[in-house]
Design a protein around this ligand. Structure first.
Ligand SMILES: [Zn+2]
Length: 271
């Protein structure tokens, strides 16, 4: 599933090229997770002023409103002057003066939603409850400490929940906990301040590195140019159950937490 790094990589792969483009027409396929929320004709003639990201939402700023794009479980965007004929899993397309932006989403958990502005009810509903943005200044250590102190669930599950810090998916949570030396099962509220400080730094570093590596392609992620990501090739613990730890040569373990697999090293993650 695309997580924050994959969404950021997607943004970087087409934001500059689409900025300044004028929308000529809109094609809708099958229903996505949420309806578009406006008549497609309302988008025609509008200019794309830029592309921002909040959590796992891409925000295309238009002259009059914005489009919120979520990739769901299996979505990916393509942006090019020409694209092959739309297939059965292509459910949204923006034809602009600079190319076609297309959402490919086999499982249809993704969405494209129009909002009048960031303060509109629909935007607030989607963006309002998101946690801190980990790659921004907003991700402050004291607030992270307070957020974790208040939670008795395991640190791994608190990271995944996204209400303290947003966008840290399974692979990145496992990796950040490894770098911070923290077991995924420890209660978030039990972590000491120095340990939370390590985790705060590790979350930033792991996500930034993942963006640098083009995200992770576990199944079929690719950016808007069709390029796959490579972060999955350099994980320390994720996907490495039964293999030797790259630091201590102990064996990487895998356990289930919630519905997800957690990978960790018994020796390197003692807290
Ligand atoms: Zn180890």
């Amino acid at each position: 599933m695309p997580e924050l790094p994959e969404v950021e990589v997607t943004r970087l792969s087409f934001a500059d090229r689409i900025t300044g483009a004028r929308i000529a027409s809109v094609n809708l396929g099958k229903a996505l997770r949420w309806p578009l929320g406006c008549a497609p004709a309302q988008l025609v003639g509008q200019m794309v002023l830029g592309v921002r990201r909040r959590g796992k939402y891409l925000m295309l700023d238009l002259d009059r409103g914005l489009l919120l794009v979520h990739l769901g479980m299996s979505g990916s965007l393509s942006f090019a002057a020409e694209l092959p004929a739309a297939g059965v899993h292509d459910h949204f397309e923006l034809i602009t003066s600079r190319g076609r932006l297309r959402l490919h989403d086999p499982r249809r958990f993704g969405a494209v939603v129009f909002a009048q502005g960031e303060e509109s009810e629909v935007a607030r509903k989607l963006l309002g409850r998101l946690g801190m943005e980990p790659l921004s200044e907003a991700f402050e250590l004291p607030a992270f400490q307070r957020g974790l102190k208040a939670r008795s669930a395991s640190i791994k599950q608190v990271l995944l929940a996204g209400d303290v810090v947003v966008g840290v998916g399974n692979i990145y949570a496992c990796e950040a906990l490894f770098h911070a030396g923290i077991r995924p099962t420890v209660r978030a509220s039990k972590l000491t301040r120095p340990r939370v400080a390590k985790l705060h730094a590790a979350v930033r570093e792991v996500l930034a590195r993942a963006v640098e590596r083009g995200g992770s392609t576990l199944r079929d992620f690719s950016n808007a140019n069709g390029d796959a990501g490579h972060f999955q090739l350099e994980t320390m613990v994720y996907g490495r159950a039964g293999l030797p730890c790259k630091v201590c040569a102990g064996t990487v373990k895998s356990i289930r937490q919630g519905q997800r697999s957690s990978f960790f090293c018994h020796t390197c993650q003692r807290i």
